[in-house]
Design a binder for this molecule. Structure first.
Ligand SMILES: [Zn+2]
Ligand SMILES: [Zn+2]
Length: 338
């Protein structure tokens, strides 16, 4: 089911429901530009046909100029190729998320070798490979990369692309400085803590990036946030305070479960997940939980709290002895300086 409502003079929110997933719904935003329309995100693959119909109605005689994808996840990109076929817009996504498509393709072609090295068991590896194959079907198309700083002019404002890496390496948001409105994608959500995932990219520390992006967002000073999931909200500072505390707790749990040495899955079992215990999660949630565990471990490794060693072909994570109370200081330093 799709519901469209005007939320700003130049922005229509398109709420796309997909009851088949726990995500439930995703919000897309259609911005009326000086020259055509800009669609932010494209919903699920399963709702693509319905979205095309709704867009025909909403766009009428105008032209869909650009589809801007905030990030690679399938609740945001699933409808892009059908929308592209119907309206021939430019499809734009940040280069670092375009690179993730390459990683998925290599992983599938390599039969999941990379996943085995991460310590995934056979059944989870098969599930993840299936998930990658599903994603590659709707992600394989031509993109025009974003780098940040691009501007889109509408009759009521000027929307600037602001990269906010962390949820994914190439996540972007759109900010209108004059009205202080942020279209936040999955970077900042009212009711959920965004998943922060490790990606095997040289020099990329996902959690460090995410926290830095939160500080940047605070500095931008949005007064209204239009998120991809949930209702529009304000009180950004309070939300960011909460997210820093949330990750501090998670870092402490991850550190505590490394102990004298533990596997990735072992550490993930020591973390309290919002959807329940690790072993009770569905396969894709377990995969996301592992990537989030890795992101926290990498942050702890870079901070000197955890070290790795190899044991019988798999990586073992162990505490170095740096005191857990110092995690708070590291986070406070980031909060002060970004
Ligand atoms: Zn996402
Ligand atoms: Zn999402």
């Amino acid at each position: 089911m799709i519901r469209a409502e005007r939320v700003l003079e130049d922005v229509v929110r398109i709420r796309v429901e997909h009851p088949g997933t726990y995500i439930g719904h995703v919000n897309l935003y259609l911005i009326e530009l000086d020259d055509g329309r800009l669609l932010v995100d494209s919903g699920f693959r399963q709702t693509a046909g319905e979205l095309v119909e709704e867009l025909r109605r909403l766009i009428g005689g105008s032209r869909l100029e650009t589809v801007l994808l905030t990030h690679i996840h399938n609740d945001h990109t699933g409808g892009a190729s059908e929308v592209a076929t119907a309206f021939r817009p430019k499809v734009r996504m940040h280069q670092r998320d375009i690179d993730v498509i390459g990683f998925m393709r290599e992983t599938v072609e390599g039969g999941g070798r990379q996943l085995k090295a991460l310590g995934l068991d056979d059944s989870l590896r098969e599930e993840v490979l299936g998930f990658f194959r599903f994603n590659l079907q709707h992600l394989s198309m031509g993109y025009e990369p974003l780098v940040g700083g691009e501007e889109f002019h509408s009759r009521a404002g000027r929307w600037m692309v602001v990269p906010t890496p962390g949820h994914t390496p190439g996540h972007v948001t759109l900010f209108d400085e004059r009205r202080r409105v942020l279209i936040s994608g999955d970077h900042l959500l009212p009711n959920e803590t965004s998943n922060v995932s490790y990606y095997p990219m040289e020099g990329y520390d996902a959690l460090r990036s995410y926290l830095g992006s939160l500080v940047l967002t605070e500095e931008l000073g949005p007064e209204l946030v239009l998120p991809s999931h949930g209702e529009p909200f304000g009180n950004v500072r309070e939300r960011i305070d909460y997210l820093f505390l949330h990750h501090e707790k998670r870092l402490r749990e991850a550190l505590a479960s490394t102990g004298d040495g533990n596997s990735l899955m072992g550490v993930a079992r020591g973390i309290s997940w919002s959807r329940g215990r690790f072993d009770g999660l569905g396969p894709i949630d377990r995969w996301l939980a592992l990537l989030e565990t890795l992101a926290h471990l990498q942050f702890l490794i870079n901070g000197g709290f955890v070290e790795t060693r190899w044991d019988a072909g798999t990586v073992v994570y162990a505490a170095t002895g740096r005191d857990a109370s110092e995690i708070k200081e590291v986070l406070e330093e980031i909060r002060r300086r970004g």
